[in-house]
Write a protein that binds this ligand. Structure first.
Ligand code: E4P
Length: 215
């Protein structure tokens, strides 16, 4: 499973990339809006420069022709741009056209297996089911990932599944067990993946015993 960082914060992205395991990034307007007083274009360019892999950038158009125009502008920012497009009839019309023009797409705000089926039929490069937001309303985000995985396997669709809206390390473990292609993970959760209280305790004990050794 590939690991992407779900962030628009340059400091977080730089630090996570320096750890050596990041293979892409995803952003959205909410994440961008947290980066106050910075131009959207500049942040986008910088993320694309830092991240060794695809970077999903999102616009705000709603009609297919507008989405296509916006996607072409976003795609010019860097070679690794993937255009994030919401799961709507107009969005999917745009995905079909953009695919034919060689522009990579990530169909976002996906909450059902049928939406993911449509995204794959439109030949989206990626589909982003949102786990946490489904859990928030008492539905199972993990069940959705399992269903999408099965449907894509049944018909050998090439669209890659990005588990999005990840809230905790258990989400990461569960999507890896399911065999999801990619998990896009917030910085705080990424850091938690490295940690265990017994690791800290073990290091402290080994250090204390090391100090007793005669070298
Ligand atoms: C990534 O593609 C999504 O935009 C993001 O994971 C959404 O996460 P949230 O539900 O925590 O806002």
């Amino acid at each position: 499973m590939k690991i992407f960082i779900d962030s628009a914060n340059l400091a977080e992205i730089k630090e996570a990339v320096s750890w050596g395991i990041i293979e892409g990034a995803t952003t959205n307007p909410t994440l961008m809006a947290k980066e106050k007083n910075q131009s959207l274009k500049k942040i986008s360019q910088e993320i694309c420069r830092i991240v060794p892999g695809p970077v999903s950038l999102e616009g705000n158009a709603s009609q297919a022709e507008e989405i296509i125009k916006e996607a072409k502008i976003l795609a010019k920012i860097a070679n690794n741009v993937v255009v994030k497009i919401p799961m709507t009839i107009e969005g999917i019309k745009a995905v079909i056209k953009l695919n034919k023009e060689g522009i990579k797409t990530n169909v976002t705000l996906v909450f059902s297996a049928n939406q993911a089926l449509i995204a794959a039929k439109a030949k989206a490069t990626y589909v982003s089911p949102f786990l946490g937001r489904l859990d928030d309303i008492g539905q199972s985000g993990l069940l959705l990932i399992e269903e999408i995985k099965k449907i894509y396997k049944n018909y050998q669709f090439n669209t890659k599944i990005i588990a999005a809206s990840i809230r905790n390390p258990d989400h990461v473990k569960q999507v890896a067990l399911i065999g999801c292609d990619i998990a896009t993970i917030p910085f705080k959760v990424l850091k938690q993946l490295y940690q265990h209280s017994l690791t800290d305790k073990g290091i402290a004990l080994f250090q204390a015993d090391w100090n007793k050794l005669k070298i």
